[in-house]
Write a protein of this length. Sequence first.
Length: 362
Amino acid sequence: MTQNYRITLLPGDGIGPEIIAVAVDVLKVVGNKHNIQFEFTEALIGGAAIDATGEPLPADTLDTCRNSDAVLLAAIGGYKWDSLPSHLRPEAGLLGLRAGLGLFANLRPAKILPQLIDASSLKREVVEGVDILVVRELTGGIYFGKPKGIFETETGEKRGVNTMAYTESEIERIGRVAFEAARKRRGKLCSVDKANVLEVSQLWRDRITKLAASYPDIELSHMYVDNAAMQLLRAPKQFDTIVTGNLFGDILSDAAAMLTGSIGMLPSASLGASSPGVFEPVHGSAPDIAGQDKANPLAQVLSAAMMLRYGLNEPNAADSIEEGVLQVLQRGDRTGDIISSGMNLLGCRAMGEALIQVIEAK
Ligand code: IPM
Ligand code: MG
């Protein structure tokens, strides 16, 4: 029997439309092989939405997302919109989408592929075998805490304010996701905080520690965020699953991504309690190379694989994509961000075609 899924596509800005086009072609091919049919609906977000409607997240877009089985997002933002006030910037669209769909859990895997070890800026012996999952809390913390704003003090000076806050229940629900994820991996969880300075982190550490009693099979450790940043560069193999708040997770997931050589390879999944998940590359919209057919579409394609695995429960189709990606890398196909000597340099579209070829040949 054919499975039907409604997928909302959010191409966004910069390289977004190019890379999502590749992912859609790949999904169609994989769908044919696995008896899956996709109904794609495109909607506006970010700068593209600002230009068309004046807002970064039109109500229509949120409705379309809510009425679908999963959302595939590319990237948002660009120089053009950088001087707008923060609630009208493209980023506000992304934050609104996360909040609107209640996507509190962001999974960002960073796994070194043997084919790309030489693309890493770190030594082979440091990064070989690295396989980390960052579980980032996504709808709380300093990104959403109140009060926030730029206020005037009594002396007429401006004062910028954001608030880092977590409730026990917010900590507990992301903690559960992380413990469960660690259970499916190597059984190690490192919770990252700044409990030596911040009260919000003391509560975080306390709740995560209490939660550990329900997961006796998981080896829990705690680390301060500054040390975690250092350890990620010094000895990344010590990490299996990391759980942390919104801001620390934003920063550490970029660092973890770079261990693998290129942020252009890494997908992510944002999941809520019941709403459709959003699947997107960790990288941004790369306005400097937009429209030039130079972008690496693989993070977007691997995000489509995460969508199949975590959003639609179609693990075989997800495997098919992930194996295909390994195969194109194995035969030496590379986009500019991961090129090394002796490899074939391909553009975005050609990389997509190469991938489709190996998937069809299987
Ligand atoms: C990310 C991005 C976003 C974030 C920006 C674009 C709002 O950096 O997804 O990591 O800070 O969460
Ligand atoms: Mg980020």
